[in-house]
Design a protein around this ligand. Structure first.
Ligand SMILES: NC(=O)c1ccc[n+]([C@@H]2O[C@H](COP(=O)([O-])OP(=O)(O)OC[C@H]3O[C@@H](n4cnc5c(N)ncnc54)[C@H](OP(=O)(O)O)[C@@H]3O)[C@@H](O)[C@H]2O)c1
Length: 248
């Protein structure tokens, strides 16, 4: 049975972390629905290369370079999206920072940077996007979180704190939206190790063949987007590697 997903065509998505492996994979899937994109990251060359690849695949894609640690940049990013597309239907928060260091080596600066990118940015971007999302019939916020939101891994302390906080921020947003009766959906994806550069850095011990694929994460995003008109909502989908113990 093929589902009618034509309602997604021409919608506008803002994707952070689009120069990263997961963010880019999500963008590839988004353009396959005919969704127009604003993509963002700090490195102009990498971001433009990602945009060129997406345009070559038929995507309508604009880039906006900047640092999500800056609140002024977040304002400009939202304004840029509205100025160019006059709409914002889908916010995907996929920018994120991880680290691999014992707790003694986590400096206040590193801790603050991780919290700013992984928690503060998605929190305030969603806040700033709300007035525009309220105008949309497909309003969706998807936060790229991590299984670490439910446990902790050694040498990932600040990352662990940030993912617990991002899950909390997602719950808080979803509950306020629900209370207000806004037609905005908030979803979280909590994957384990995905085959990306980031995971090579924090878990070089893992065999790439055992890792989750970026396309698997995109499949979860598709599930959220395509089930827009069903009479249920899925708040969070946890994804773990096949070789991990289930349900923990
Ligand atoms: N990879 C995994 O196994 C895995 C598993 C679970 C959860 N996650 C989560 O999924 C998300 C994406 O992961 P990934 O593997 O795609 O990571 P990645 O390849 O390292 O990409 C990270 C992205 O975040 C952007 N970014 C970092 N700091 C930024 C800042 N200050 N301002 C603006 N953009 C910034 C990077 O762009 P620039 O560097 O160009 O700024 C890049 O686009 C992260 O939140 C991560 O925690 C990943």
């Amino acid at each position: 049975m093929s589902r009618d997903v034509s309602f997604l065509e021409g919608k506008t998505a803002l994707v952070t972390g689009a120069s990263g492996d997961i963010g880019f994979g999500l963008c590839q899937r988004l353009i396959s629905y005919g969704i127009q994109l604003v993509i963002t990251g700090r490195n102009p060359e990498i971001l433009e290369k990602r945009a060129e690849d997406l345009r070559a695949a038929g995507g309508k894609v604009l880039t906006y370079v900047g640092n999500l640690e800056s609140e002024a940049f977040m304002d400009r990013l939202i304004n840029y999206t509205i100025d160019n597309y006059e709409s914002l239907d889908i916010l995907i928060n996929s920018a994120g920072l991880a680290h691999k260091s014992p707790i003694e080596d986590v400096t206040p600066e590193l801790f603050d940077t991780i919290m700013k990118v992984n928690v503060r940015a998605p929190f305030f971007l969603a806040q700033k996007a709300l007035p525009y999302l309220r105008l949309s019939d497909t309003a969706t916020v998807i936060n790229m979180c991590s299984v670490v939101a439910h446990r902790s891994y050694v040498d990932q302390s600040a990352f662990t704190v940030s993912m617990h906080a991002l899950l909390g921020a997602s719950k808080a947003l979803a509950n306020e939206i629900h209370k207000n009766g806004d037609n905005i959906r908030v979803h979280v994806i909590t994957p384990g190790a995905v085959n990306t550069d980031l995971i090579q850095m924090v878990r070089p011990d893992l065999d790439p063949k055992d890792l989750i694929h970026v396309e698997d994460v995109a499949d979860v995003m598709s599930f959220y987007l395509e089930h827009r008109h069903s009479a249920f909502i899925t708040d969070e989908i946890r994804m773990h590697r096949l070789d991990k113990t289930p349900f923990i």
